[in-house]
Write a protein that binds this ligand. Structure first.
Ligand code: ADP
Ligand code: FDM
Ligand code: MG
Length: 206
């Protein structure tokens, strides 16, 4: 049996990450795959609750301290993520370490310092980057109450994301319709899963 694939959706606020994650999970389930959704920050854990208090302005925290909390929130999920992937379950993940680096660097922290705490985390097998100009993001209902939902910061975050971009990323134009984006994301994901399944079959035959 092939290990489950770790499928990451990253991108700017309002780009449609959460919409696309839930559509992808449903489509994969409908095709008979074992699949689960993961979201970072995971606000349900003790660390996640501290992050939530910070994001909703209920609590002030040092920038470096909160960066480490976001990273710790990923580390505390590693055992469970590893177990699920090894059991053949695919994971669709809404934000991960790239968001961590992009937001903290945009706030003024050093890029290399920001990358360090996430070194050694399980790596995604496939990363989609949903790109949306900030002006378009603002039109989607305007920014809300959370700490980072401000135009100037969002523009900096997008710049850092584009700096972090690697050639393996699949870039998705988030100005497209929900359905058009879903079609592209599903096609690439199914291809990735098929390749992994074929590789696992070959390894069994060896
Ligand atoms: P994110 O998780 O990236 O912040 P969401 O999936 O929550 O984004 O979507 C943000 C808002 O934009 C929601 O109101 C959603 O209905 C809308 N939206 C999502 N995708 C699209 C799209 N492709 N075109 C227009 N509006 C969209
Ligand atoms: N965020 C998210 C970070 O600053 N660092 C991180 O490591 C992660 C995963 O938290 F503003 C920010 C990005 C965003 C907020 O928002 C979480 P959503 O709506 O729950 O994705
Ligand atoms: Mg979201």
């Amino acid at each position: 049996m092939a290990r489950g694939r770790f499928i990451l959706l990253e991108g700017c606020d309002r780009a449609g990450k959460s919409t696309q994650c839930s559509m992808l999970v449903s489509a994969l389930k409908a095709r008979g795959h074992a699949v689960e959704l993961c979201k970072f920050p995971d606000r349900t854990t003790t660390i996640g609750k501290m992050i939530h208090a910070y994001l909703t302005n209920a609590q002030e925290l040092d920038d470096k301290a909160v960066h480490l909390l976001f990273s710790a929130n990923r580390w505390e999920a590693m055992q469970s993520i590893r177990r699920k992937l090894l059991s053949g379950t695919h994971l669709v993940v809404d934000r991960y370490a790239y968001s961590g680096v992009a937001f903290s660097t945009a706030k003024g922290l050093d890029l290399t310092w920001c990358k360090n705490p996430d070194r050694g985390l399980i790596r995604p097998d496939l990363t989609f980057f949903l790109d949306l100009p900030t002006s378009e993001a603002e039109r989607r209902g305007g920014f809300g109450e959370e700490r980072y939902e401000k135009r100037e910061l969002q523009e900096k975050v997008r710049d850092v994301f584009l700096q972090l971009q690697s050639k393996e990323w699949v870039m998705i134009d988030a100005c497209k319709s929900v359905e058009a984006m879903h079609h592209e994301i599903l096609k690439e994901t199914e291809h990735k899963i098929q390749v992994a399944e074929a590789d696992a079959k070959l390894a069994e035959e060896d």
